[in-house]
Design a protein around this ligand. Structure first.
Ligand SMILES: [Zn+2]
Length: 488
């Protein structure tokens, strides 16, 4: 009898020790989010957790068991009924696309829980200072990774010839020029390279070799002179917009490739954007109507085996079919934009929405959604990116639309979150310290008022953002939005 009593007492003691140990932080934390539901791509949903942040790192994560932590030196947040996810990435943005918008971009991202961005095209003299600004003030800006300009061929698509084709690209007519352009980017220490559609296969492969040697990812649009399989086998890290994937999965893909090469040869004297549009117009609808399941399986297997990732950018690609830019919540998001962008978008987004959705647009949209499902089945990695601020895509706000569109395409909400958190971290070889809610990870976090796993749109119900260890609570985020609305 006595023995049993001692045994029970001992067990209780152990239990007590264990639970008091859970409540003893290693060091005095700066922020404590207690009794919160934690969600990340590796561990899924963990209920009733406490997350301690010290400096710019997650110091401890443990089961709170309903207990409360008290400290006068820490900011304590009651996480009951709330959901904590890693800070989000928009993996396809253009910080310098609209010059009046550039100064507001960082605030727009932060106000919407976007703690990292990948700039996929902008002149060096415009994007380098933005990256520098972000590095100097990490607590109030997103992490910025830049590609520099689009490394294109001749004629060049984004050559500055029209307002719709600003000077985002630099063209190389020869392999030597392509090499020189890539060297210029590497000298500026870009975080990735972006190869573009008018490159010759030889110039494209030269750029890939340069990026590989420097140990950075090479993304881009599959050049029109090439096939997806050839571009993937050459070592492309990722492809944007699933561009030209429809050609590769068509039953007559070889014939289409031969025709493209002829159009490129014949169109040397044309404006780059015109030539590109003519080629897309000649082949896209035909390719979408002639998809071949066996060919698609073959192409997607190559992408999966080579680890060539896809950044579908549903937001821009589906805007024409889905028309979300004129939903009341979208028009309201324009209030955050500086003039003249605000007035311009309010007028032109509505004007665009009045144009009929063509059959070709619908067919391409259907192909797009289906392809996202096929990518998932084939285990091709996906990252979430929007292409903001092109085509009325409000920076920050649009990433949440991207997540919803990816879910519509067949990803689970957790997979969509993965595409905007752990995947981009892995892409930049930062996954050891970013993208999960675990001890030692960088403290970029998003506290939500509702569960994003039951409705992905709940990622917009933001209670607080932690960026580089700094807490931006709801009041601070509202103040940020008020600044934006006042044009500050
Ligand atoms: Zn883009």
């Amino acid at each position: 009898m006595k023995k049993i009593f001692i045994g029970t007492f001992f067990l209780l003691f152990l239990f007590a020790c264990n639970s008091s140990k859970q409540l003893t932080p290693r060091a005095s934390p700066d922020i404590v989010i207690q009794n919160v539901n934690v969600i990340d791509a590796k561990n899924g949903l963990q209920t009733g957790m406490s997350v301690l942040v010290k400096g710019n790192r997650i110091d401890q994560v443990f089961k709170a068991n309903g207990t409360k932590f008290n400290s006068t030196n820490s900011t304590i947040i009651n996480g009951e009924g709330k959901y904590l996810i890693p800070g989000l990435w928009d993996a396809h943005v253009h910080l310098s696309f609209i010059k009046e918008l550039t100064p507001a971009m960082f605030k727009l991202f932060l106000a919407h829980g976007i703690t990292s961005v990948r700039d996929t095209g902008g002149q060096l003299h415009l994007v380098l200072p933005e990256r520098e600004k972000a590095r100097k003030d990490p607590q109030n800006t997103p992490r910025v990774m830049i590609a520099g300009p689009l490394l294109d061929g001749v004629p060049t698509v984004y050559d500055g010839s029209t307002p719709n084709n600003p000077h985002l690209g630099i063209g190389a007519g020869t392999v030597e020029e392509a090499e020189k352009n890539a060297d210029e980017m590497l000298a500026a220490k870009v975080d990735l390279l972006k190869a573009y559609e008018m490159l010759t296969p030889e110039a494209f492969k030269t750029i890939l070799a340069k990026g590989k040697a420097a140990g950075i990812p090479i993304t881009g649009h599959v050049p029109l002179s090439m096939d997806v399989i050839e571009a993937s086998n050459a070592g492309m890290s990722s492809m944007e917009h699933m561009r030209n994937l429809e050609f590769a999965c068509a039953a007559d893909w070889e014939e289409l490739l031969a025709k493209r090469k002829k159009m490129l040869f014949d169109g040397q004297a044309e404006i780059g954007s015109t030539l590109r549009r003519n080629i897309h117009t000649a082949q896209r609808s035909h390719a979408v109507a002639n998809q071949d399941a066996a060919q698609r399986t073959k192409v997607l297997k190559v992408l999966a085996d080579n680890e060539t990732w896809q950044v579908p950018t549903m937001s821009i690609m589906m805007a024409g079919a889905e028309r979300f830019n004129v939903r009341p919540d979208w028009l309201e998001s324009f209030d955050l934009l500086p003039e003249p962008v605000k007035t311009n978008w309010k007028t032109n987004a509505v004007k665009f929405a009045e144009t009929p959705v063509t059959k070709a647009t619908t067919a391409y949209a259907n192909w797009f959604f289906e392809m996202v499902g096929h990518l998932k089945t084939a285990n091709v990695d996906i990252m979430a990116g929007t292409d903001c601020p092109i085509f009325f895509l409000t920076p920050g706000y649009s990433l949440h639309e991207e997540l919803a569109l990816l879910v519509k395409g067949g990803l689970t909400p957790l997979e969509a979150i993965e595409a905007a958190t752990t995947k981009p971290a892995e892409y930049f070889k930062m996954d050891k310290e970013l993208g999960l809610i675990q001890e030692g990870m960088l403290a970029d976090l998003l506290l939500l008022e509702a569960n994003p796993l039951t409705d992905i749109r709940n990622t917009l119900k933001i209670d607080a953002v932690v960026r580089d260890g700094k807490l931006h609570n709801r009041a601070a985020l509202d103040a940020l939005k008020a600044d934006l609305m006042a044009g500050k």
